[in-house]
Design a protein around this ligand. Structure first.
Ligand code: NDP
Length: 245
């Protein structure tokens, strides 16, 4: 993939997104990220590049469509082009469907699915204009197997597979690729939503006998952003130590 133009990584302030941002910058990409809150990691990167030559962050709630559109437009204008999108920002709560109120249900649907589709809708024309690009949607093993407390989250994550496969058909002719990376349980703040009992069950059923690390997922995203994966589109790569095999 070309290194002119920016890669947008949503939710880059912590967890997996933070690692994707760090790695993409190290690979020479220009990176634009967003999250609702600024973290020490973001402050550090902003201080190192005050003119935003290679990195920018904006406070953004991706469930706000108008603000998301403004963010994408601003990134395209500032860096001249957009060359990739990592739809990483997500939310999980571990709540049983029968215990869930309407507000939480909406939050899960809008953060994990609607916002992702909307941002992709805004970014895709810029990638088509370049005649190259990689869209990576961060899915989950919850979209492939059943987990108690993950029904809505799992529904949004399995929806990403269908969305990505169909969009890969639409954009492939113009060399824009769309793939899913579906991690197993990774030790980030989000993993706190999974109960201890569930965590032990997952380890017990994982041939490699451990949780994933952030580093396990970073390399796959790096690969899908790079030209090494130039002929891979419409795929879902599961990174789970064999849990779902
Ligand atoms: P974290 O909770 O550690 O980080 C989530 C990131 O997304 C933060 O930067 C957060 O910033 C941002 N974010 C959340 N909601 C919004 C919003 N409405 N608008 C803008 N930014 C938002 O999550 P992980 O790093 O663990 O997860 C990243 C992705 O990986 C998610 O899509 C998740 O579903 C997926 N995943 C994670 C697994 C795990 O075990 N950790 C397993 C499988 C998949 P802020 O809160 O400041 O907005």
């Amino acid at each position: 993939m070309r290194k002119n133009g920016a890669i947008i990584i949503t939710g880059g302030s912590r967890g997996l997104g933070q690692a994707f941002v760090r790695d993409a910058l190290a690979c020479g990409h220009i990176v634009a990220t967003c999250s609702r809150n600024e973290t020490a990691f973001i402050r550090e990167l902003r201080a190192a590049d005050p003119d935003e030559n290679r990195f920018c962050w904006r406070a953004l709630d991706i469930t706000n469509g108008a603000e998301s559109k403004k963010f994408v437009k601003e990134v395209a204008r500032r860096y001249g082009a957009i060359s990739g999108l990592v739809n990483n920002a997500g939310y999980s709560d571990g709540q049983l469907l029968t215990m869930m109120n309407e507000e939480l249900l909406q939050k899960l649907l809008s953060t994990n699915l609607e916002a992702l589709i909307r941002i992709t809708h805004f970014v895709a024309p810029y990638l088509l204009r370049e005649g190259a690009g990689s869209i990576i949607n961060i899915g989950s093993i919850s979209g492939k197997r059943g987990f108690s407390g993950m029904s809505i989250y799992g529904a949004t994550k399995s929806a990403l597979d269908g969305f990505s496969r169909c969009l890969a058909r639409e954009l492939g002719e113009r060399m824009v690729r769309v793939n899913v990376v579906a991690p197993g349980l990774i030790a980030t703040e989000m993993a706190d939503a999974t109960s201890e009992v569930e965590k032990q069950k997952i380890i017990g059923l994982t041939p490699m006998g451990r949780f994933g690390t952030v580093a396990d997922v970073v390399g796959v995203v790096r690969f899908l952003l790079s030209d090494d994966s130039a002929f891979i589109t419409g795929q879902s790569i599961t990174v789970d130590g064999g849990f779902t095999c």
